[in-house]
Design a protein around this ligand. Sequence first.
Ligand code: ZN
Length: 443
Amino acid sequence: MMLDRVFKAEGNEGGSLVQPLDMMTLLRTLFPLPRSLTGDGVRATLQALRQHISVEIHEVATGTEVFDWEVPREWNIRAATIKAKDGRVLVDFADNNLHVVGYSVPVRGTFSLMELAAHVHTLPDQPDAIPYRTSYYAPNWGFCLPHSLWTAMQDEAYEVEIDSALVDGSLTYGEFFIPGDTEQEILISVHVCHPSLANDNLSGIVVATALARYFLAQPARRFGLRLLFLPATIGAITWLATNEARLDRIVHGLVLTCAGDDGPFHYKKTVNGAVVDLAAEHVLRHSGHAYQMLEFSPYGYDERQYGSPGIALPVGCLMRAIHGTFPEYHTSLDNCDFVTPQALDQSFRLLVDLLVTLQRNAIYCRVDGRGEPQLGRRGLYRAIAGQKEAGGASQMDLLWVLNQCDGSRSLLDIAERAGVPFSRIRAAADLCLDAELIREVRQ
Ligand code: ZN
């Protein structure tokens, strides 16, 4: 049902939503790339996206001042191993890029078991999982390995090598923009700085890419759609600092993450409250999926950068599993098997519905608001009867629109008050527009 609404809202005649992108295949392609805050893994990820959308790749030089921060040195890694003295390779970055602490400085030498212990991270409660660790801003090196392997390592010393480079270079991020009819924009931001983690980062990347493909094929809408693929925190801060003059164009925004697990949806509200919060709750309620609304807090993903006091953009966060609360979080268990095609598809469809709602929401007032207009004379009863079969607006929806369009309430407000999906109130408003009973109030 939801898809029918989406398609009608978009003026499509088709009955089913053609997948614009095989999200699971893209996710598997991106999975092994050694992403980090900076470096060739991020570049390779953005290049892979360019097979599907023409993402613009930006490079911002190390040392560039961005608000209170500085763009860090660029990190790249070629190889890393822990070997036993007899040459057996026990830990190899080539097997899993979570094995090395992100931003590890280069190291090569023989280390005693005790010395190595200070640089080893494991998860005793999840003995077969590899943890994900970084040390972006404190120079250090380290390995992450299954606790079961670590406890089995009883030799006196091991050969350690991390062949990495931490040098002046740049921070890389991707940007993709679909223009709208106005200068105003909807922002979607996803992080691209996690290595082989499927739900936490890759699911957001592939769903955002699928959304771009989908809306590229649709007629232009009121708002442009801007997608950002950037490293968490420093990437968002860099983008905000280098785009400060244009930030007032952003009227709605979403951080998208953890969109691929089978759990319920979670929507975290914007810092100061915004229409996107109302729209997100509306589409979630009518989606039939389990969901929970969360209040804003200054933790989590980049919603806290977009919602910082000197920026205060209306950017919420849509996720399924919540960071830090699911056992697979930041471990090797957050792999391609943890993400399901069905969950990605549900997230994609929900976001299409949400974006269409934001695009098509508007405020109208009655042209002549004195009393109820005569519907029969304008052919509206006939129009409603035609819509009924297609699941469109009902007579009641029409009455809600004609009663509530006073120039102060949006169609979304009216849909909420009437307790019906936005698309039906939108369809009723379209009939009223055709009959010249309402006119838009531009804000
Ligand atoms: Zn994360």
